[in-house]
Design a protein around this ligand. Structure first.
Ligand SMILES: Cc1cc2nc3c(=O)[nH]c(=O)nc-3n(C[C@H](O)[C@H](O)[C@H](O)COP(=O)(O)OP(=O)(O)OC[C@H]3O[C@@H](n4cnc5c(N)ncnc54)[C@H](O)[C@@H]3O)c2cc1C
Length: 538
């Protein structure tokens, strides 16, 4: 039977942050995740590293946490953060009297706001509507959720951290009011095993209520679904927020070569309720017109949805009415020692959430090691020597991108593969600049079991073509690498393309429809993979 001092449940930002912090303080810990890392809400969000401006009026504490963590994450996770800055923009549809309240609240919380003229704002962001009335600059930034999760895991592993993906927690074992372990089921094989431990930390986000139920405890997490739309190019280089009380469709976030618009808000019963609808997309586009009048002419890539893990001690508080702050619940107070839940919060505050939980575990273990996650970078920078070596193998523009995606150690391994076999320098995914060597490296990681796992690690298939051209190349590479999970190539194709289709279906009109017919022609027509573009795997 496996053993650990602490089992962390949930492979989102919060869980991997906790794993890293525990291991950095010398505590033996294993993380279990029912699917792949960053499968949950940590990859189904805007990717806004909040300055706190969005929360300052309604929840000063959440606003303060955001600005403090924003400063820290830029430093420790600089390869995951794009320093875009942000605008708060008032349109003719927004209440004028909110502006004064907002400025006052930001000042109280310590969020810098710099007014600029509408002309200057439109010079910097020419796509902004000419009707806008006031603009302020704030220190918002864009954050890559997948990369942040993976770099936390890379760091935790260096400190002895273990990760088990496709491992679903189905039971929490207890004796005389104390945790003794968990029961897990392998999500792929169905095999049930146990892991002995002294502490179970639930960082299961929207699923935290379900995990608590396994121990017979009530935790009021209200999943709140939000749908987002990804566009094919940078509509804006800065994050753009509507200057009004938080509402639907009021944030645009640029990432690399795309822009994300979000979001809706609807209370749902099931945290897995993450299939976006065409109606939600149409609504978002309509609201988005107030900031970008030409929004209907921009090409969409896909729609996606996630569930916010909103927590409230008041079971009647829902949606935007519930707090965006977080709480650490020590269930010793509910009669079960060794069981802790951390619920609520935001991606921006994941590190702080991890610090608070780890402090609590350390208190029980009488471990006096101080938290270092606010100072120590997630991954080491690649040295100039390694970068210049890598430049011999990567396409000129791809080296820096790969270096920030992989960190020093990862880049070294990928460069070695290229050195050993120059064929591996080929780009399999042109949209996101992913080489065969990088796909192979990601596929060989013990957490990879299907092509979507490789996508989450590399971004392969997330760009303009949405897998039309890189899927067959990647399946070929995985098959040729001789990995155990790479043998059923028909299955690989279907899993990957059906997952892409899920986000394309709700935006299926105009050019997206035409492009989908091309993809269907390649896979269902030429390669004869029936059902590749279908709802089968929904
Ligand atoms: C539409 C939307 C937009 C958002 N925008 C932003 C934003 O721009 N900026 C920001 O800071 N925050 C944003 N948020 C909030 C933020 O995304 C979340 O607060 C954060 O990602 C939650 O991370 P987490 O690790 O706590 O949960 P998750 O990432 O959901 O991780 C929980 C994990 O637990 C796993 N799990 C569940 N049950 C089990 C089980 N039985 N066994 C094993 N594993 C299990 C799940 O599979 C999941 O991977 C947004 C949220 C939404 C929904």
């Amino acid at each position: 039977m496996q053993k650990a001092t602490v089992v962390v449940i949930g492979g989102g930002a919060t869980g991997v942050g906790i794993l890293r912090d525990l291991c950095m303080r010398g505590i033996d810990a294993v993380l279990v995740e029912q699917q792949d890392l960053a499968y949950g809400t940590s990859s189904r969000y805007h990717g806004l590293l909040h300055s706190g401006g969005r929360y300052a009026v309604k929840d000063a504490e959440a606003g303060k946490e955001c600005i403090e963590e924003n400063t820290i994450l830029r430093k420790i996770g600089r390869h995951c953060v794009e320093q875009t800055e942000g605008f708060f923009v008032r349109t003719p549809l927004d209440p004028e009297d909110f502006e004064g309240k907002w400025l006052e609240a930001c000042k109280n919380v310590g969020i810098p706001t710099i007014p600029i003229s509408v002309e200057e704002a439109r010079r910097l962001e020419p796509n902004l509507s000419p009707k806008i009335q006031a603009v302020y600059r704030v220190p918002d930034a864009a954050i890559d959720g997948f990369r942040m999760v993976w770099q936390n895991v890379a760091s935790a592993r260096k400190y002895g951290g273990r990760v088990m993906t496709y491992t679903t927690v189905v039971g929490i074992e207890q004796t005389n009011g104390e945790v003794t372990g968990i029961t897990v089921r392998n999500t792929l094989s169905g095999v049930v095993t146990k892991i002995a431990c002294e502490f179970v930390v639930s960082a299961a986000g929207s699923w935290a209520g379900e995990i608590a139920h396994l121990a017979g405890i009530d935790v009021n997490v209200q999943p709140d679904r939000g749908t987002l739309v990804a566009f094919n190019h940078r509509i804006t280089s800065r994050i753009v927020n509507r200057l009004r009380p938080a509402s639907d469709g009021d944030i645009f976030v640029p990432h690399g070569s795309i822009t994300i618009l979000g979001t809706t808000s609807a209370s749902v019963k099931n945290p897995d309720d993450n299939v976006p609808t065409a109606k939600e997309v149409v609504e978002l586009l309509k609201i988005g017109e107030a900031l970008f009048e030409d929004i209907h002419s921009y090409r969409m890539l896909r729609a996606f949805a996630g569930t916010r893990p909103l927590y409230s001690a008041d079971p009647n508080a829902k949606g935007r009415g519930a707090s965006r702050g977080f709480v650490t619940l020590d269930h010793a107070h509910d009669g079960l020692k060794g069981f802790i839940s951390v619920v609520g919060g935001k991606f921006t505050t994941y590190r702080l959430m991890a610090e608070k939980v780890t402090d609590l575990v350390c208190q029980y273990l009488n471990n006096k090691t101080a938290c270092r996650t606010a100072e120590e970078p997630l991954v080491e920078d690649a040295s100039p020597a390694l970068i210049s070596k890598a430049k011999q193998y990567f396409p000129a523009y791809g080296t820096e991108l790969a270096a920030s995606r992989l960190g020093s150690e990862g880049l070294e391994k990928v460069v070695k593969r290229m050195q050993d076999n120059p064929e591996k320098c080929q780009l399999l995914c042109e949209c996101e600049n992913v080489t065969m060597a990088e796909v192979e490296e990601a596929a060989a990681d013990e957490t990879s079991h299907m092509l979507s796992d490789v996508r989450r690690k590399t971004r392969m298939g997330m760009g303009t073509c949405q897998g039309a051209f890189c899927t067959f190349r990647s399946v070929g590479a995985v098959d040729a690498a001789g990995l155990a999970w790479g043998k059923d190539t028909q299955g690989l194709f279907k899993e990957f393309l059906q997952a892409r289709w899920k986000g394309i279906r709700p935006i299926l009109w105009g050019n997206v429809m035409r492009e989908t017919q091309l993809t269907r022609g390649i896979y269902e027509g030429t390669l004869n993979i029936n059902g590749a573009i279908s709802d089968e795997g929904k």
